[in-house]
Design a protein around this ligand. Structure first.
Ligand code: C2E
Ligand code: CA
Ligand code: CA
Length: 559
């Protein structure tokens, strides 16, 4: 049927590309199809000339679209067109055609090229998915969540939505859970968690993931002020049922949740979420497993903290600190037994910030290690000065927190600095609070033992404030025990504390440890402690923390 020269041309075209090719000459009735076209559509040979036949292979959902488009093209006598459709078997085809018309506007020839674009479509879908969704959990990713929320805010500003409420959720102690069950089960837990919160998703309620274990829900069109709390309550109920992991383990989780409401909690998506996050952080600070609504006052506190963190880092670079020393007195003889070094942050020429305000932050961000090194150097230098130039005979006590003590360089650091200055280790007392034992008591006890073997004195600070139990005391490599101010405060007014203090001192002495009572403020307290044979007294009554110069005057007064 077809002319030889045409055939060569079409064979050339069809073999030159990987596309299916179909040619129709409406005036002669010629139809030419390439091998690839046959493969793509699978139309039986005897029917391949029939245009209606091949259209049957187009999925019904797309067939009408195809007809409409062809009709429009013919009506406008357009020369080229491109259309995408799905075949009955689900494959995607892109179809590009060129039409030729005669002078009367009648279609005479049609060249069509067909290509299977299924894998391109899949890739595109995947990319779209990646652009919108969190790959692990299937909830919206952060970017898309924020984009949608901004749109909702816009709509709400133009009267479209009622109330926008957001809820920031953080799984409590997730890192601990992860350490316990392992990373892959941890991921599984997150997927199961996401599934549970996805049940709240709807046309106007969206769920997103902001980081590993942080999820967010936004209500675009809450019906009442309490709708977000209804979700919270419902979720709390849900979480009473443990998650069951693939290895059969049951895991219970609790959440810290912060809530922010538009517009009080921000007028952009980012601000709303930040405020909910700040409220969540507030819950964390107050013991987790609860909910809190963002308030303006939190922001100023948060800003102050963020501000302070940077300032603290600068202070570490510039060493804007001073040490004050508080004397400790032998309760019998009344002479100086030691000096406790207490750090202050010199935030300006005449303003000092107390350690309680910045040490926790320094512990969290790791600054404490550098700060501690400076404290050791300064305290040892002052100690050398007192000893060599003023005949000081007492010890120097230095405070260390768990982070410092368990730093891998701690032992090296302190032994080096003592050696450099030719100081006896037994003149240096390492003060640690019993809270250092919480994380890993065995490792701490080993570290303390090593330091004690080297000759350092070890002092257990704040005894009686919580973790203490007399039974483990006997296994502790310590020399000194400091009885906390809270005991001292109440022992005179409260019989049971008096009895306990008495018993503690007796027992501690039996174990062979030296005792120091902290925070002694009155003569009565002093007398009482002395009567109970407490070895040493430290407190405002006998001396407040003071500069090194003031301490030198104190030493001079003794001689
Ligand atoms: P701490 O080791 O229990 O130190 C005793 C705290 O009680 C000091 O507060 C001291 O000024 C205060 N104090 C002493 N006697 C009395 C008294 O009679 N009445 C009252 N009300 N208070 C008294 P400061 O200097 O604010 O230190 C607070 C805490 O900061 C210290 O508690 C210690 O845990 C920590 N700290 C201080 N310096 C350092 C340091 O260089 N490194 C580390 N890691 N922590 C430090
Ligand atoms: Ca102390
Ligand atoms: Ca203390």
């Amino acid at each position: 049927m077809r002319k030889q020269n045409d055939s060569n041309l079409y064979d050339f075209i069809s073999s030159a590309s990987n596309e299916g090719f179909r040619y129709v000459n409406y005036s002669t009735g010629y139809v030419i199809v390439s091998e690839r076209w046959r493969e793509l559509f699978g139309v039986p040979k005897e029917k391949e000339n029939d245009e209606k036949e091949f259209i049957k292979y187009i999925h019904p959902d797309y067939r009408k679209k195809f007809y409409d488009k062809m009709e429009r093209i013919l009506a406008k006598q357009e020369n080229s067109y491109e259309i995408e459709y799905v075949l009955n078997d689900g494959r995607w085809i892109t179809h590009a055609g060129t039409n030729k018309y005669n002078s009367d506007g009648v279609l005479v020839e049609k060249f069509s090229f067909f290509r299977d674009i299924t894998s391109d479509k899949e890739k595109q879908k995947e990319l779209e998915y990646m652009a919108y969704f969190d790959a692990d959990t299937g909830v919206y990713n952060k970017n898309y969540f924020l984009k949608r929320l901004d749109k909702a805010i816009y709509k709400s500003q133009h009267g479209g939505y009622n109330r926008i409420q957001t809820m920031y959720m953080d799984i409590d102690n997730f890192s601990v859970i992860n350490d316990t069950i392992g990373l892959s089960l941890g991921d599984e837990l997150l997927i199961l968690f996401a599934k549970r919160i996805l049940k709240y998703a709807s046309h106007t309620t969206k769920v997103g993931r902001f980081s590993n274990d942080e999820f967010v829900i936004a209500l675009y069109d809450a019906e009442s002020d309490k709708e977000v709390f209804d979700i919270y309550d419902d979720l709390m109920e849900e979480l009473k049922t443990p998650f069951i992991l693939s290895d059969g383990k049951k895991v219970n989780v609790t959440l810290s949740v912060g809530i922010s409401v538009y517009p009080a909690g921000g007028v952009t998506a980012i601000d709303l979420i930040k405020c909910a996050d700040i409220a969540m952080y507030n819950v964390k600070r107050n013991g987790k497993n609860s909910v809190c609504v963002f308030e303006e006052s939190m922001l100023s506190r948060f800003m102050k903290n963020a501000n302070m963190e940077q300032k603290l880092k600068d202070a570490v670079d510039n060493l804007d600190f001073v040490l004050h020393y508080q004397p400790q007195f032998d309760s019998e003889k009344g002479i100086i037994r030691g000096a406790e070094a207490l750090i202050r942050w010199k935030i300006s020429e005449d303003e000092l910030i107390s350690p309680g305000e910045f040490i926790p932050m320094a512990e969290k961000n790791g600054c404490i290690v550098n700060i501690g090194e400076w404290v050791v150097e300064q305290a040892l230098d002052d100690f050398c000065n007192w000893k060599n130039n003023y005949g000081y005979k007492g010890v120097i006590s230095i405070n260390f927190s768990a982070v410092q003590l368990m730093n891998s360089d701690f032992y090296e650091m302190i032994t080096e600095k003592v050696k450099e200055r030719d100081i006896k280790a037994s003149d240096v007392e390492i003060e640690i609070t019993e809270s250092v034992l919480i994380e890993d008591p065995d490792a701490v006890i080993m570290q303390l033992g090593k330091l004690k073997d080297k000759g350092f004195r070890i002092s257990l600070d704040d005894f009686g404030t919580g973790y203490s139990s007399l039974s483990y005391l006997k296994n502790m490599p310590i020399d000194t025990l400091k009885i906390d101010k809270s005991f001292v405060d109440s022992m005179l007014n409260d019989d049971s504390t008096g009895i306990i203090t008495d018993a503690v001192i007796k027992m501690v002495k039996k174990l062979g440890y030296e005792t120091i009572a902290e925070g002694v403020e009155t003569d009565e307290q002093y007398e009482y402690l002395k009567k109970m044979n407490c070895d040493n007294i430290q407190g405002f009554l006998l001396g407040r923390p003071m500069s090194s110069e003031a301490f030198i005057n104190l030493i001079k007064g003794e001689i």
